[in-house]
Design a protein around this ligand. Structure first.
Ligand code: ZN
Length: 344
């Protein structure tokens, strides 16, 4: 079947590739409708690797997807042909200790779409376990369905933060994930969320949402703004969503004593860490890796109208033009949040 294949670093091709489509018990066959272009897909394209995950063989890209059920496997209940769905790209070993703890996202045996050597889903059909497939509510479009995966990371961050209603949130980094985190923090009870970046364009996109307050780091420091806005107290929860090592410089000055730091961005190299700054405030530190038990909640929030992700879709391409979508994503336009590809 025809797929968007990353042949090697810097080289994409739309071509036929043989992917086994064997249905097992508990599986669904899904016609892919919409796929979001993720920073990780682009990074494999531009760098050929993410950390220890290296593209050593041609790999189909894409992991943020929605589609339609075209075949229902043995033993599956609750799904029918024609159902519109979105899918979790990570499938763990359900009998593993991590899965039994509910933290299936950190199961060492998890297989995740478009993470070498596992193929992604920029192709016409995929076979996927029903247990990691979610029906789209009637008022949720395929485009929104394909936004659930990145939003789930924001939802996981808000969940790990343990937000108390009325908390003041602060997000470092106004990229796609930073904006998703801010939206999830508001939905989770934050009264307002400050978001910092060096890009005025990115901040403008974030600030179109009520409750998200932009802070341009070219003009003022995040610590100064938060101190001024909270009576020298600090944010209740700080979310690090930039992945920049520089963000850790003075990070504890952003938060109130007893506040919470949630780490989402992944710096490439180890980061120097101000242990005394954390201890002197008795900070609680939480970490986020992907998500677990989040997709149904994310869909409920989107369907309720409390979270509108549609303004974040800044470009849509056909599958035939999908290489152009990746070239545009790799060029890193500051006015882009999420590009999507429709399989047609
Ligand atoms: Zn993604």
């Amino acid at each position: 079947m025809r797929a968007l294949v990353l042949e090697r670093q810097h080289e994409l091709a739309i071509r036929d590739i043989d992917i086994p489509m064997k249905m097992g018990p508990g599986d669904l066959k899904i016609a892919i409708h919409t796929v979001g272009v993720c920073g990780s897909d682009v990074h494999y394209y531009t760098h050929g690797r993410i950390g220890s995950y290296v593209v050593n063989a041609p790999m189909v890209l894409g992991h943020e997807a929605s589609g339609t059920v075209v075949e229902v496997g043995a033993g599956v209940t609750g799904f029918a042909v024609g159902d519109r769905v979105c899918m979790e790209p990570g499938v763990p070993d359900l009998s593993s200790r991590s899965s039994k703890l509910g933290q299936y996202n950190v199961d060492p045996a998890v297989t995740f779409w478009a993470t070498p050597p596992v193929h992604g889903i920029l192709l016409p059909h995929a076979v996927h376990p029903a247990a990691f497939t979610y029906k789209l509510p009637e008022n949720v479009s395929f485009a929104e369905g394909a936004m659930v995966e990145p939003f789930a990371i924001g939802m996981q961050a808000a969940s790990r933060a343990g937000i108390t209603p009325g908390d003041v949130g602060a997000v470092i980094g106004a990229g796609p994930i930073g904006i998703m985190v801010a939206l999830a923090a508001l939905a989770g009870g934050c009264s307002r969320v400050y978001i910092s970046d060096f890009s005025a364009e990115k901040l403008k996109i974030a600030a179109q949402y009520d409750g998200i307050i932009p802070v341009n780091l070219k003009a003022e420091s995040f610590a100064d703004v938060l101190a001024r806005e909270t009576g020298n107290w600090g944010a209740d929860i700080v979310f690090e969503a930039s992945g920049s090592a520089k963000a850790y410089d003075g990070i504890f000055k952003l938060m109130r004593p007893g506040g919470t730091l949630v780490l989402i961005g992944l710096p490439v190299d180890p980061v120097a860490f101000d242990v005394a700054g954390a201890c002197s405030r008795e900070v609680r530190i939480e970490t986020v890796f992907r998500y677990a038990n989040i997709f149904d909640r994310a869909l409920s929030l989107i369907a309720s109208g409390k979270v509108d992700l549609k303004p974040l879709i800044t470009g849509v391409y056909t599958f035939e033009d999908s290489i152009k979508a990746f070239e545009r994503a790799a060029s890193g336009l500051p006015t882009d949040v999420k590009l999507q590809i429709t399989m047609g």
